[in-house]
Design a protein around this ligand. Structure first.
Ligand code: SAM
Length: 239
């Protein structure tokens, strides 16, 4: 099997088809059976999605713009992008995630008559890992997925995603700051039953260097923090 950092890609796939699927579906959902930490992460993640949409719509309407949402999870970003008129391809390594995203997209995008509004294109959902993505898109987005890649693998992943994008790459990752590092270490001292697979943090300078190597530069950035959620959001463009 191919390696994803210290672990194995199979481990990540298995996690997001089972325990991880249940855990993240709940966090990304709307039900109130979440604990305080999960609720905090839900709020932080929603802000990341909101900020990513602001970055995406800043340059003008998304109508007819092709967007690849790599590692789409339950469709938190893919579905609102479709509502904005974007032509979305949404993929994830986990079949459970893709099935859930498809279900939510039908619920949110189809009317009672099983019809789409004329300005909406149903996203194309596919079970696919990032490495096997191909094609060309105006924009590629990859939110909160880099956490599964150590920096050594992240470089190649960033280069690959940039190669699929004509104009923009939007990425979010857990920033390697002292405080968050500390928090992670504290977390590792108390592994709970549904502890996530190993998490990797990234220094902004490392991500920037990986982009520069393939001729891209950071144009905009944002930082989303709540008590337990930290995410650096960047928009990169060809330099
Ligand atoms: N991007 C989504 C969002 O922000 O709502 C989901 C984020 S979730 C924390 C991480 C997602 O990345 C999971 O759905 C997982 O299955 C997916 N993932 C992890 N490794 C992947 C890989 N190598 N290729 C594709 N997807 C992957």
């Amino acid at each position: 099997a191919e390696e994803v950092g210290g672990g194995d890609k199979e481990v990540v796939r298995e996690y997001f088809n089972n325990t991880g699927f249940q855990r993240w579906k709940k966090i990304y959902g709307e039900t109130d059976d979440v604990n305080r930490v999960q609720l905090d992460i839900r709020i932080g993640h929603a802000k990341t999605v909101e900020n990513a949409i602001l970055m995406l719509t800043d340059e003008g309407s998304l109508k007819g713009v092709s967007v690849c949402d790599a590692g789409c999870g339950t469709g938190s970003l893919a579905i609102p992008l479709a509502k904005e008129g974007a032509v979305v391809t949404a993929t994830d390594i986990s079949a459970a995630m893709v099935a859930e995203a498809e279900k939510q997209a039908r619920e949110e995008l189809l009317t009672g008559q099983d019809e789409l509004s004329p300005t909406v294109v149903m996203p194309k959902f596919e079970v696919k890992d990032l490495e096997s993505l191909d094609g060309k898109y105006d924009t590629v987005v990859c939110l909160d997925v880099l956490i599964h890649y150590p920096q050594s693998k992240a470089d190649g992943m960033i280069a690959h995603l940039a190669s699929l994008a004509d104009n923009r790459l939007i990425l979010s990752f857990a920033p390697k700051t002292f405080y968050y590092d500390l928090l992670k270490r504290v977390g590792e001292l108390f592994p709970g039953p549904s502890k996530a697979t190993r998490a990797y943090l990234h220094a902004e300078a490392d991500v920037e260097r990986a982009l520069r190597k393939v001729g891209w530069k950071i144009r905009k950035k944002g930082l989303i923090t709540t008590q337990f959620y930290f995410s650096r959001l960047i928009e990169a463009v060809p330099a």
